[in-house]
Write a new protein. Sequence first.
Length: 426
Amino acid sequence: MISSQSRSLTDVAETRKHRRSFYGWYVVLAAFVVTLIGFGSAYTFGAFVGSLEHDFRASRGSVSIVFSLAGFLYFALGAFSGPLADRWGARRLAVLGMLVTGAGLIAAGFASSLTGVYFSYGLGIGLGVGLSYVPVLGAVQRWFIRRRGLASGLAVSGIGIGTLVMPPLASFLVAATGWRHAYLVLGLLAASVGCGFALLIANDPYEKGQSPDGDAVMDSAKLPQAQGVSIKVAVTSRRFICLYAACLIGSFGLFIPFVHLVPYAQDHGITPANAVLLLGMIGIGSTAGRFVLGGLADRMERVIAVLAMFVGIALSMIIWFASTGFIMLAVFASVFGIFYGGFVALLPALVMDDFGGKNVGGLIGILYTSVAFGTLVGPSLAGFAFDMRHSYSLSIVASAMASLVAACILVCASRARVPVQNNDLA
């Protein structure tokens, strides 16, 4: 009896020790920093719009193409970086992505024309974030089951914190040293800090002899194999097709605030410093959305939660349409940020839930090509619409309508059958 109790106490102690040393939270931390640096650098663009317009005598539509190009690339490249991470591991791609991000920012500081900014910032940020984002998200999904929504929310909350911290930092650097030196500083920051944390990434818990959620694994021979459907089965399912269509349409307006909210505010008499703070408000709301909504979605059907995010984004656009002063714009930025953050946190977890972990990186990457096209078209069209009408009203209304259409499509997705997961290698 004593021997049995002793073994029982030993097993409990080993289990607690295993949970305390669970490596999954280090993976979450690494993903948090990589997304903070990558997307934080991307979302500083609003702080540079005025300087680029002035120095290169460019229209707002032409300048907006820089961000649209970067956004298109970093979401579209997920279709390639995701499958590569499934085969080679996420760490290598994340490190490479942070190096490319830093190099692109540094090169932008030396650009002698707007075309040079297209190639340096657009390609650098696009390739860099594209190489790192989907791989680190895919890695996080494999480390968790019961707390996947929370873990995913924590990981991508780096985007929210990056939106809160990086644009004001960029605005300060632009005012203090000029936009060229600001890009140099941001580039060095991305390469050093981003690469350091990317080295912490581990592709799945089985690399560390652990199992998802930190559950103890006593016999390595009994480690389960990754479950999931093949990419072909997933992408031809009605569930995935509806999800892809919803993300494609909803993304047309999703990234317009990141480019145009700052110039919109300045057009309405708000100082540049306060205008940049609005991006910070998106970051605060986004972080709250990832923490709170990511955790809540663990208790409900995730596709319904994503549907609710699109409805919330549409409602926030109504607030923007009616706003001209700083207070109302801050309300819009906060509300939009909450639902945008929830959307970003829930999407990878939804893919993992529906299609399994075997090809999760590739499937997230393929799904994000829908967001890529929306990012390419939305901000640039909003810029050219402003050049013609000197107003963002049409773009804001179109963004709200696109989000509502996306929500309607997700109603169909919620009724579609989820493919059966297995160990097929197809």
